[in-house]
Design a protein around this ligand. Structure first.
Ligand code: UD1
Ligand code: CA
Length: 461
């Protein structure tokens, strides 16, 4: 942690090339918004009270994200350029000395270790500014790093302002700088919008500081993919892919088995315990937490859910916003959602939907059922085809089933209704009233056999 460092993340632009109604920095890569990636990297190196995000286009929406991350925001009401964006934070930021790192909200692959190395380069060179650069195969659209005869950085020239000699330069500006904070605030007002775009370019600080007799250095990184700036959805897809590859790589190193790793989709915030096996095409999303020694079957989707240890999710199962305790089983082809809770060793099998229900320890519902708004006790057995009729067209109603009860196949439980503990419900029953503890409820008409029916009904057949 660099305690004498502030980070300002520029995120006020619209991102027109995204062709979106949403600000560019709220698009997601690896399950996390672009700006959140920048914030998280900043929080690894600087104290939260010194991390600022410049918001502008749809400021309120972006601010929701900065507040969730626990960092400050600064508003840039008119997008007059990257230099102007930093100036908007003067009131809040200039009181801090030390280092000022300027980062961007559309560069989600940057590692905190690279930001740290930038600060170190800045310090060891006694420079007024250090900038991250890299060589790219195609530098079009980027600011070019112009060096003097001795190889020192002399200026950064935006693509549109390049001379024919500067255009082929392949070393580009990442947009990420580390400044001496006091020198930055002393000289920032020297930036002039004297360029074809009439913008205040942050990149002009390079020549301004050099003119004032200070040193500016470049930290050139070899892996240019880390500096991929997202301007359109092609680049967004590429960044998403790299973030997910990094995630899978880390999980494999951390003791998770991932079969066909190139097919799975795992969001960056997910955590998974050792010896868990993730099958092909599985998706583990949001803030999901998976315990140790679990199985996430092929093509299953686990979204924002918590799984204890030794949980088995069989293939083609969807689990959203739910909790499965240790040794619970789900699927294949189960759907568990909206705050469902499976207690220890509860089993939910194929074509069973569980919504907003608690399934007690060791309870089983193995085939073809709908359990909604229900509380199901320990060791209950729910027969195939059981349905809780939780909705009357206006309201949702609860179903309660006590410990140890047995619900026969194809039962219809019309809520609100309670089956007390250790009771039985005969197969095919429609239950509309309370079933007392230990009782058998038969809610169907008796079978009638009409002897000789065939002979009387169709005598010639
Ligand atoms: C910028 C750099 C360019 C560099 C490239 C790297 C400048 C002048 N140019 O160009 O040298 O090679 O990044 O990707 O700095 N923003 C604001 N307010 C504004 C303008 C922009 O907050 O008024 C934010 C944007 O939301 C974005 C970031 O600054 O997150 C960069 O802006 P963008 O317009 O993408 O700059 P580039 O043209 O890519
Ligand atoms: Ca950009």
């Amino acid at each position: 942690m660099l305690t004498d460092t502030s980070v300002v993340i520029l995120a006020a632009g619209q991102g027109t090339r995204m062709k979106s109604r949403m600000p560019k920095v709220l698009h997601r890569a690896g399950g996390k918004s672009l700006v959140r990636h920048s914030i998280d990297a900043a929080l690894e190196i600087a104290p939260p009270e010194r991390v600022f995000v410049v918001v502008g286009y749809q400021a309120d929406r972006v601010r929701v994200e900065t507040e969730a991350a626990g960092v400050h925001s600064v508003e840039q009401t008119e997008q007059l350029g990257t230099g102007h964006a930093v100036m908007c934070g003067e009131e809040q930021l200039a009181k801090y000395g030390g280092r000022l790192i300027v980062s961007v909200g559309d560069c989600p692959l940057i590692r905190s270790s690279t930001l740290e190395a930038l600060a170190e380069t800045h310090r060891t060179n006694g420079a007024a500014a250090a900038v991250i650069t890299t060589e790219v195969p195609d530098s079009s659209g980027y600011g070019r790093i112009v060096r003097d005869a001795a190889g020192n950085v002399s200026e950064i020239v935006e693509h549109k302002a390049c001379t024919p000699e500067q255009l082929p330069i392949r070393e580009i500006n990442s947009g990420i700088f580390c400044f001496d904070a006091d020198l930055f605030w002393k000289h920032v007002h020297e930036i002039r919008p004297d360029n074809p775009a009439r913008e205040y370019y942050l990149t002009d600080m390079v020549s301004i500081l050099i003119r004032a007799g200070h040193r500016v250095v470049a930290m050139k990184v070899a892996d240019h993919s880390e500096l991929l700036g997202i301007n359109n959805r092609v680049e967004l897809a590429a960044a998403d892919c790299i973030i997910r590859q990094r995630k899978v790589h880390q999980l494999l190193l951390d003791g998770v088995t991932i079969e066909k790793p190139e097919t799975v989709t795992i969001d960056s915030q997910v955590t998974i315990g050792i010896d868990t096996i993730v099958g092909p095409f599985a998706q583990i999303l949001g803030n999901s937490v998976i315990g140790e020694n679990c199985c996430i079957g092929a093509c299953s989707i686990v979204d924002n859910s918590v799984l204890g240890d030794d949980v088995e999710v069989f293939p083609f199962t969807m689990i959203a916003a739910s909790t499965l305790e240790t040794k619970a089983h789900a699927g294949p082809y189960a759907r568990i959602r909206m705050g469902a809770h499976l207690a220890e060793s509860a089993h939910v099998g194929n074509f069973v939907e569980v919504k907003k229900s608690r399934i007690g320890a060791g309870a089983k519902s193995m085939h073809l059922a709908y359990l909604g708004d229900s509380t199901i006790g320990a060791k209950v057995n729910i027969g195939a085809g059981t349905i809780t009729c939780n909705y009357d067209g206006h309201k949702k109603h609860p179903t309660i089933i006590g410990d140890g009860s047995f619900i026969g196949s194809n039962s219809t439980l019309v809520a609100p209704v309670e089956v007390e503990g250790n009771a039985y419900v005969a197969a095919g029953s429609v239950i509309t009233q309370r079933v007392p503890s230990g009782a058998l409820a038969v809610g169907r008409s008796r079978q009638v056999n009409k002897e000789g029916w065939r002979r009387r009904f169709a005598p010639k057949a």
